[in-house]
Ligand binder design. Sequence first.
Ligand SMILES: CC(C)(COP(=O)(O)OP(=O)(O)OC[C@H]1O[C@@H](n2cnc3c(N)ncnc32)[C@H](O)[C@@H]1OP(=O)(O)O)[C@@H](O)C(=O)NCCC(=O)NCCS
Length: 211
Amino acid sequence: MNQAVSQDSRRTTPNGTTRFRSFCAPDEIRRYTFSPQFGAHATYRSLYTKRESLEKNAEKPDTNVSLALSEDDLIIGFGVLAYPGHGERWAELQPQVMMEVKAIEVCRSWRSLGIAKGILEMLLCHPLREDKIIYMVGYSWTWDLDGTKKTAQQYRGMLIRLFEPFGFLEYQTNEPNICLKPENLFMGRVGSRITPETEKGFKWLRFGMTP
Ligand SMILES: CC(C)(COP(=O)(O)OP(=O)(O)OC[C@H]1O[C@@H](n2cnc3c(N)ncnc32)[C@H](O)[C@@H]1OP(=O)(O)O)[C@@H](O)C(=O)NCCC(=O)NCCS
C-alpha cells in the first residue's frame, strides 16, 4: 500500500468540471464508476477495460494511480505510474531507479480538453519523482488512431507535446519491441537527484550493454 498523500485539483472544461486525484487507494477507486467507453471499439481496445485493473495496480508499493473524474464521479481518464515488471529491461537499473508511466488514457468523448495533461500532472506529484528516471513507451499498435483521427506520426507528435513540458526527452534505444516500428516512442525524465553514474547506467541499458 502507498503512504503518499493524495492530491486533488480541478479543471473547468466544456464538458463540465473535472476533478483529478493522485494516489487513489483501491477502496477509493471502488467508489467510482468506470466509463463504459474504456472498452473494445472497432479498431481499438483500451488498456484496461475493468476498474479492477486500476485497483490491483493501486495495491503496489510506490505506485501512483491517478484519476480524472466527471462531476458525477465517473472515471473518464486514468494514469498509472509504477515500477517495471521483473524481467523487463528497465527493471535492471537497481535499486528500483526506473518507473514507468504504464498507462495514460482518456475516454473518447473527453479527449483534447487537457485531461491527459491533468492526469500527467497528478502522476508526477510523486514524492520520489526526483529520485527516479521516469519513462514512457509508446507502441504505435496500441494507439487509438481511429478515435483521434490522427496518423501514427501525428499521434507520436501529440504524445511528445504532451510529455515534453513535464521534462521528458526522447531517447534512442535498441530495445527490440520499440525498434519494431519507426513511429514507436521512448521518452524519459531524469530526476534531479539522479547521480551521473546512474545516468550513465541508463545510457548503457538503453543499448542493452553493461559497462
Ligand atoms: C493520448 C491521450 C491520453 C491524450 O489525451 P487527451 O486528454 O486528449 O490529451 P490532452 O487534451 O491533455 O492533450 C495533450 C496534448 O496533446 C496535443 N493534442 C491533444 N489533442 C489534440 C488535437 N486534437 N490536435 C492537436 N493536438 C492535440 C496537444 O498538443 C496537447 O498539448 P497542449 O495542452 O499544450 O495543447 C488520448 O488520446 C488517449 O487516451 N489515447 C488512447 C490511449 C493512448 O494512446 N495512450 C498513450 C499510450 S503511449
